[in-house]
Design a protein. Structure first.
Length: 364
């Protein structure tokens, strides 16, 4: 027989659980918890209820693992998709589930093979549009052609603008991008473009290492604003700049360090690592200037050859820290590599867009 005290005890527990769940919902959207989404793990029994939601996730073939992690955070499954390439190189896409009237998020970084990734994304957009999706958002963790954001000499194309035009014409209603090479690329779109940053994920990991005597280093003059913002988040760490001159595409020569790095832990920060020439030249110069420990951080691990060979050089970097915005091949002969997931952050941004809540408050 149930005693009254037991009944009241159960009632109190139920009451507390209800209010804790409500409190958790508020926490997710609180600007005071900047990194709450980094370590959060969502599932079908979590405080995000999507049982009757019109939210749909569709993953391209470029980074399906990231899409699975985002879906896991949101507690839903990715919409099944058939994507194949014909003998002549043409792409074919078919969505295997009704998305009529749904809010569809297409997850596809436009990384290597860049042209195939971009074309597949546009075909996915067209398929969703013809399937009567209510709204189509292109989630582009890495935006290809972002470095071609201006003319540096005559008769050149501004390919980043062309890419934005192509996505718009294909039928995209909104874009969610992460760590664009230059922030003004947002203005290339005549549709809403939400721009989020991978720095909270990188900083959260660096703080767990309890580093001392930290100095944040920009590998070139063009990245000073990014490095300054990163240094501010690293408890106002001092800033240093590597002055370099580029003689040709993908070839960089480091000249001198502006700032004090001797005896300190240097954190080289950039938006991407491509061939590794810039960041490795910078690391060699920092060693010559007496830096004790050197870490490399970047949101996008493009890793074009010969990046692995350069970055894995013995005693150059203590760690090379990147995110999984681009699928990264982890090699046994590159133990310094650390890959962090941005799935929770992207999942949180997707949820806020779907709920028409603020995305920028995630970073305040």
């Amino acid at each position: 027989m149930l005693k009254r005290c037991d009944f009241l005890k159960d009632l109190v527990i139920i009451f507390c659980e209800i209010h804790i769940n409500d409190y958790d919902k508020n926490i997710v959207y609180s600007a005071n918890f900047v990194t709450s989404f980094i370590t959060a793990v969502q599932n079908k029994e979590s405080n995000i209820n999507l049982s009757n939601s019109r939210l749909r996730l569709v993953s391209g073939t470029t980074n399906p693992k990231l899409a699975e992690e985002i879906a896991s955070y949101l507690g839903i499954e990715n919409v099944p998709l058939i994507s194949k390439k014909f003998a002549d190189g043409e792409l074919y896409v078919q969505i295997q589930q009704s998305i009529r009237g749904c809010d569809v998020f297409l997850i596809q970084p436009t990384c290597a093979p860049v042209n195939d990734s971009l074309m597949e994304l546009m075909i996915m957009v067209d398929a969703c549009k013809r399937a009567s999706a209510r709204q189509i958002t292109a989630v582009i963790p890495y935006f290809g052609y972002a470095r071609a954001d201006r003319k540096t000499s005559g008769r050149e194309s501004i390919t980043a603008k062309l890419t934005a035009n192509l996505l718009e014409k294909s039928g995209v209603d909104r874009v969610l991008a992460m760590d664009l090479h230059s922030a003004q690329i947002q203005g290339y779109f005549d549709i809403p473009c939400d721009h989020i940053y991978g720095s909270p994920v990188l900083i959260d990991y660096l703080e767990s290492l309890n580093l001392e005597e930290v100095v944040v280093v920009s590998p070139d003059v063009g990245g000073v604003a990014r490095a300054r913002a990163f240094a501010k988040l690293m408890k106002d760490a001092p800033l240093a700049i590597i002055d370099k001159r580029r003689s040709a595409h993908n070839i960089a020569e480091s000249l001198t360090v502006i700032g004090e790095v001797k005896g300190k832990t240097a954190i080289l920060i950039d938006d991407m690592i491509d061939t590794g020439g810039t960041i490795c030249s910078g690391a060699n110069l920092l060693k010559q200037e007496g830096a004790n420990r050197i870490f490399a951080c970047a949101s996008h691990a493009v890793f074009s050859p010969p990046s692995y060979e350069r970055l894995s050089t013995k005693d150059l970097f203590e760690q090379v820290i990147v995110t999984n915005s681009i699928p990264v091949i982890v090699k046994d002969d590159f133990p310094q590599l650390k890959v962090l997931s941005v799935a929770n952050m992207l999942g949180e941004a997707i949820w806020r867009i779907h709920e028409e809540s603020s995305v920028s408050s995630m970073f305040r």
